[in-house]
Design a protein around this ligand. Structure first.
Ligand code: HEC
Length: 184
């Protein structure tokens, strides 16, 4: 009991209460949140001078994109062909293929649900740029996913390089050729 304790006159069911001030930490926090909310409002748009959290988010994203450029826009056939001759890229492509493509195209590219990738017949064209386009954008109506949305550009390139390297190989259970024969 301190000097502050001042009994309030009312009494309910034999219970009485003191009229004590709130503890200092509580009052400080209380005023602190009020002051903070004022400063906060000043800083956020559209009420205050700040840009607002959506603009802040966009700015952060733009900065991130700037720091992480992608090479997706430029699909250069020569660069892809160079990748197809790069042993390390082919190794990576092989892993990507085993993980993402083998279920539909067979572990050796011989074809299951998806077409045979080892022959020289192509539904969507047999140049490396056309293969890149199919892998990147998919053929959604026919069940070929758009890998450009799920893999990084470098991974798509590696998968395409690997598909390119499969041509002329002999799969265990080749699916009959589909599409038009393309002379390489
Ligand atoms: C869910 C099944 C499925 C998966 C997984 C899949 N594909 Fe396909 N893919 C297909 C089907 C089905 C087609 C045939 C599309 C058509 O008939 O137009 C196809 C077509 C293709 C073609 C074009 C073939 C041609 O004859 O023009 C290429 C290249 C290809 N896929 C590569 C890949 C690669 C690389 C992956 C893995 C990153 C992959 N696919 C994963 C089902 C799949």
């Amino acid at each position: 009991m301190s000097d502050q304790d001042r009994l309030i006159e009312h009494e309910y069911d034999g219970i009485q209460e003191f009229d004590n001030p709130m503890p200092r930490w509580w009052v400080t926090t209380f005023w602190g949140t009020i002051i903070f909310s004022g400063l906060y409002l000043l800083n956020v748009g559209p009420i205050g001078a700040g840009a607002g959290r959506i603009a802040q988010y966009e700015a952060d994203m733009a900065a991130w994109r700037e720091a992480h450029p992608t090479d997706q826009g430029t699909v250069d056939s020569e660069a892809l062909l160079a990748l197809a001759g790069d042993h390390e890229v082919l190794e990576e492509g092989k892993e990507i293929f085993a993980r993402n493509c083998a279920a539909c195209h067979g572990p050796d590219g011989g074809g299951v649900i998806g077409p045979n990738l080892t022959d020289n017949a192509w539904i969507h064209g047999g140049t490396i740029a056309e293969i890149h386009a199919v892998v990147s954008e998919g053929v959604l109506a026919k069940g070929m996913p758009a890998w450009g949305r799920q893999l990084t550009p470098a991974q798509v390139n590696a998968a395409v390089a690997y598909v390119w390297s499969l041509q002329g190989t002999t799969p265990a259970n080749p699916k009959a050729a589909e599409g038009a024969v393309v002379a390489q």
